[in-house]
Write a protein that binds this ligand. Structure first.
Ligand SMILES: Nc1ncnc2c1ncn2[C@@H]1O[C@H](COP(=O)(O)OP(=O)(O)OP(=O)(O)O)[C@@H](O)[C@H]1O
Ligand SMILES: [Mg+2]
Length: 340
């Protein structure tokens, strides 16, 4: 398998690093197929898209027709063995703008059915961050009526159909998790060793590895950001504060919630309590914490190496974790009033 190159920052290309286990999953599915849709969620910037893009290479080696869409990045790929269908897919995908992504996502389902009908036997649909585009409330319908339909009710026999949807939207998972249409798999930030491989590809003067690990917790997007803005931690935190509108969020909290949030900065499991759940839900919605990481860290529920059972230094509790230490720091600074 060729390792793809990725833009970690505007002027920095790196080679896809590590994620061996997550790639083995793809191999397993390529060989054995899947019974339900696989929905992969994880912190923003943990590497879901990179993994799916590398998976395209792998699936190509296995002789799959591959369709990949990412409405957020306005990116798509349609490599399918029937020219007419390939052309029609490209036409649809090239022309979509704004709201039309929802229609395109459904059109893909129809064209994949045509592919199966035409006798293609190995097909992969990789739907990256589609839930926002089709509406979080309709994500479950797309999973059940769209992607699962391809697996369960194909118009003709096939060998293997793979459907994977990736998301960092914690809220979209609630509805999906309740049903048996999909397996929810979590992806965490990179393992320390995997992250080191990425860190070592960064040229120039840089803070030492332990420092970067302590700040990012292995989140590759934050690594790229730090590099891009000359390792200015303050700038990364300020961007998080602005991007998530943390000042108004913190202002909206009552005294009890502020106290609880203060505790959650030390130990995010403080949110996993009767009085903590509403606040936790808000933090999930803002993509600041991930809540369903129940122990034990059952490896079958994780697409790659799970986070440690508990590492309060990195903001990881048993039940709830900050998406990265920098996400936590952004909240900490806003709460402490040091962000103007
Ligand atoms: N395994 C990896 N090897 C090299 N670079 C990586 C790897 N994983 C992620 N990156 C880089 O880190 C950055 C963030 O990764 P990516 O966009 O895949 O995250 P994501 O989980 O899809 O984020 P989002 O939640 O925003 O969609 C990108 O620049 C990507 O190229
Ligand atoms: Mg992504």
């Amino acid at each position: 398998m060729r390792r793809i190159r990725l833009n970690l920052a505007p002027d920095l290309q790196v080679e896809f690093a590590d994620r061996e286990r997550a790639l083995s999953r793809i191999k397993y599915w390529a060989e054995h197929g899947m019974g339900v849709v696989q929905v992969v969620y994880g912190p923003e910037g943990c590497g879901k898209t990179a993994w799916l893009l590398q998976a395209i290479e792998l699936l190509r080696d296995y002789g799959f027709d591959v369709i990949y869409i990412n409405p957020i990045e306005r990116d798509f790929l349609a490599e399918v063995g029937i020219e007419d269908i390939r052309r029609r897919l490209i036409e649809i995908l090239r022309e979509v703008t704004g709201d039309a992504w929802a229609r395109a996502a459904w059109a893909i389902i129809d064209l994949v059915k045509e592919l199966i009908r035409a006798g293609r036997r190995r097909i992969a649909v990789l739907a990256d961050d589609v839930f926002q585009a089709i509406g979080l409330d309709r994500a479950a319908i797309y999973i059940k009526g769209g992607l699962l339909g391809l697996i369960e009710y194909p118009p003709r026999d096939y060998d293997v159909v793979i459907t994977v949807a990736a998301t960092s939207e914690g809220v979209s998972l609630r509805e999906i998790g309740r049903h048996r249409w999909a397996d929810l798999l979590a992806m965490w930030n990179m393992s320390r060793e995997g992250f080191r491989q990425l860190y070592e590809q960064i040229p120039g003067v840089k803070p030492n590895f332990d420092e970067v690990w302590r700040l990012t917790g292995g989140n590759p997007k934050l690594l790229g950001r730090l590099y891009e803005i000359n390792w200015s931690v303050d700038d990364v935190i300020n961007r998080l504060v602005r991007g998530k509108e943390l000042i108004s969020f913190i202002q909206s909290l009552n005294k009890d919630d502020r106290e609880l949030l203060m505790k959650a900065l030390e130990d995010p499991d403080a949110l996993m309590s009767r009085e903590g759940i509403p606040l936790m839900n808000k933090l999930v919605e803002l993509n600041l914490v991930i809540d369903n990481i129940y122990p034990p860290r059952d490896e079958t529920l994780w697409i790659d190496q799970p986070p440690p059972d508990k590492d309060l230094g990195l903001g990881i509790g048993k039940y709830v974790a900050w998406q990265s230490p920098l996400h936590r720091d952004a909240v900490k600074r806003t709460l402490g009033g040091s962000i103007e």
